[in-house]
Design a protein around this ligand. Structure first.
Ligand code: MSP
Length: 636
């Protein structure tokens, strides 16, 4: 059982196409957390991989004239190469086509079937024959297939089901005392209100082979293959040898310390997965964190839109640590955030070149110029020393607080604070003046020693984030004091730094970047102010509080969500262009402000009986919401 172990996972990604910067986002954060726990001396296991079965991959393979396995093999090889280029140090890359995974999934189905938690029933839905897809009533558009617009038939098909409903009460009780399972906390209410309160439906977990052949065959019924979530979620325990002859990894590392996932698959990881484990009699994971999306120019990065470059191009142009640093620092963890090449370069210039690189370079240059690179610890102290020493000594505590709270971007912030303080210390102590004064040699040595200590301790803290850079710093400082317990002032008695300091990060000319993708603030078109209006004009607009009772994606438009909104005396349908910023699950349950006397409009075939209030700076979009006011309340 858990004993100084840390087991972290990423989602297993679909290899329907090469991975993009969004997949890098989750994986780099997981790698950073994994490295951080290793640095602290914990026994870490880090799992990532690929989710290879299912209709979509079967179709893409067929279109390419290949078998599914032939189709995914090069994509998986490419993904492994990408993880290598990004310095991802995983312990295993699991593929759902791996023999041990297949065997484990079959055993899980058998066990659940034998104990009556998987049963045979009928899956019913609206079937579109040309698209070979099932749709629910609410997904249909004008009663037709939302993909091709053709007639659909109500069809019934044999399927096995997982008894989620049986475990609802037990799971709710478990959750009461384990709220930590769902992180960040804001997603807890979303899950409870939108999925648990309405009551769980049993989940269809198989398809007949005539409908889907690219799945894991069920051993107790050769006419069925596994379908979607049991296969995918089981990877977290199949990789540990669960239900196999050698389950030593499972005994050592399970339960998982953290499943890191994007917010759109949070529900599967925090409801279906824990219930599956409950049915299997296996302990629940300790935490699931649902992070936000990385978006490009206001939209989600998407393979089908092709709005991204191979991440290796950025690594080649700017170095692996610029990419890692950007992904780890730019987005407040848990929220959505913007990705662009220009933003990445700006962050490199402002933090890595101007703060870190500059501090290291000026300290090493002065160490060589004034003291031939040899700097001993001494007690000749000056005014700003105490505050710098305190910051150096506090860093590990601050870092631990941020990392244990999964606030990765803030963790970088505390390291940067120390580096900025150190640059200020240079300005305050003016070593170039001390260097000219033969009487001040010992004070100069103390100043440079303080700076080297600040750099060394920061470089230890930076190891999980930008490991290659930390390594280069240790080499230049010529020090072996680089373990977690060395994160304190005074651990080195004497430095002999390199005689040839190298620049860590050259500044990159921002003008050399494809600026068209991200206009600078000054170049953004200035929005014209609207003409003055009277109170009378304003009073024509009826604003009311609306409670989003349900919400779904517009079947024909990627950017639109369709919401049913309770405005007190009635429910209205509102279609809004917010799908790239909110998932339907996230949006359901929000109390928003609606213009309720707007003439209805039809948007891509769906009537919108009002408009909601939202603000956007061109990158992020936030819907205006209220806390306590009841649906229908008028806003003046
Ligand atoms: N195969 C399932 C997951 C099964 S896990 C048991 C799947 N695959 S996926 O290829 O669609 O990957 C989705 C995950 O990739 C997200 O949950 C997130 O971790 C990552 N991301 C993909 N695009 C992303 C962004 N644009 N931004 C941030 N993360 C992104 O779902």
């Amino acid at each position: 059982m858990k004993n100084n172990t840390y087991y972290i996972t990423t989602p297993i990604y679909y290899p329907s196409d090469n991975f993009h910067i969004g997949h890098c986002y989750t994986t780099v954060i997981a790698d950073c957390l994994s490295r951080y726990h290793k640095l602290k001396g914990e026994d870490v296991y880090f799992l990532t991989g690929s989710d290879e079965h299912g209709q979509k991959i079967a179709e893409r393979a067929a279109a390419a004239g290949k078998s599914p396995k032939e189709f995914v093999d090069p994509i998986v090889a490419n993904a492994k190469d990408l993880w290598k280029a990004l310095d991802i140090e995983y312990d295993r890359f699991i593929r759902t086509t791996d023999e041990d995974h297949i065997r484990c999934v079959q055993r899980i189905y058998e066990k659940l079937y034998e104990q009556g938690d998987i049963y045979k029933g009928y899956y019913e839905g609206w079937y579109c024959t040309p698209c070979e897809s099932y749709w629910t009533q609410s997904q249909l558009v004008d009663g037709k297939c939302p993909d091709c617009g053709r007639e659909v038939k109500l069809m019934k098909e044999e399927s096995y089901f997982l008894r989620l409903s049986k475990y609802q009460k037990q799971f709710e009780e478990y959750l009461e005392s384990h709220r930590d399972l769902m992180q960040p906390e804001s997603r807890y209410n979303e899950m409870v209100n939108n999925f648990l309160k309405p009551g769980l439906q049993d989940l269809s977990v198989s398809r007949t082979v005539d409908k889907l052949s690219w799945g894991i065959p069920l051993t107790f019924d050769s006419n069925h293959v596994s379908y979607v979530w049991i296969d995918a979620l089981s990877n977290y325990i199949s990789a540990m040898g669960y239900l196999s002859e050698d389950d030593s990894l499972f005994q050592t590392y399970w339960p998982a310390s953290l499943h890191l996932v994007g917010k759109e698959i949070f529900r599967f990881h925090t409801i279906i997965w824990p219930i599956m484990l409950m049915a299997l009699g296996v302990a629940e994971p300790l935490k699931v964190y649902g992070h936000g999306w990385l978006i490009i120019e206001g939209g989600k990065i998407s393979k089908s839109l092709g709005n991204y470059k191979d991440p290796r191009i950025y690594i080649k142009d700017y170095g692996v640590d610029t990419v890692r640093y950007f992904l780890l620092s730019e987005v407040p963890f848990g929220n959505d955030g913007q990705f662009s090449e220009l933003l990445m370069v700006q962050r490199r210039n402002s933090d890595l070149a101007n703060v870190l690189g500059n501090l290291v370079n000026r300290t090493l240059t002065m160490s060589n110029r004034y003291l031939s690179g040899k700097i001993k610890k001494n007690d000749v102290s000056g005014a700003p020393d105490a505050s710098l020493q305190a910051m150096i000594n506090d860093l590990s505590v601050l870092l631990e607080d941020k990392m244990d709270g999964l606030r990765v971007d803030e963790a970088i912030g505390v390291i940067l604070d120390l580096l900025r303080r150190s640059n200020k210390y240079v300005d305050e102590t003016e070593p170039w003046k001390l260097g000219k004064d033969p009487e001040a040699k010992e004070r100069l040595e103390s100043v440079l020693y303080h700076l080297l200590e600040a750099i060394r301790v920061s470089a230890i803290a930076l190891m999980p984030f930008i490991p290659e850079t930390s390594k280069r710093i240790f080499e230049q400082l010529n020090t072996s004091a680089k373990s977690y317990s060395d994160m304190a002032y005074g651990k080195v008695d004497e430095y002999q730094v390199t005689a040839n300091p190298e620049i860590l990060f050259e500044r990159i000319d921002e003008k050399s970047i494809g600026v068209s993708e991200e206009p600078k603030a000054a170049e953004k078109p200035v929005e014209e102010s609207k003409p003055e209006i009277t109170m009378d004009d304003f009073s024509k607009i009826q604003l009311q509080v609306g409670l989003v009772k349900s919400c779904k994606k517009h079947p024909k438009a990627d950017k639109l969500l369709i919401s049913q909104v309770d405005i007190g005396d009635r429910t209205v349908q509102i279609v809004s262009g917010i799908a790239e910023h909110y998932t339907p699950e996230e949006f359901t349950g929000k109390k928003i402000i609606v213009i309720t006397n707007l003439k209805p409009a039809v948007l891509r075939g769906e009537t919108s009986e009002g408009m909601l209030l939202a603000g956007s700076d061109g990158k992020l979009l936030e819907v205006v919401s209220v806390q306590d006011l009841a649906p229908g309340t008028k806003i003046y």
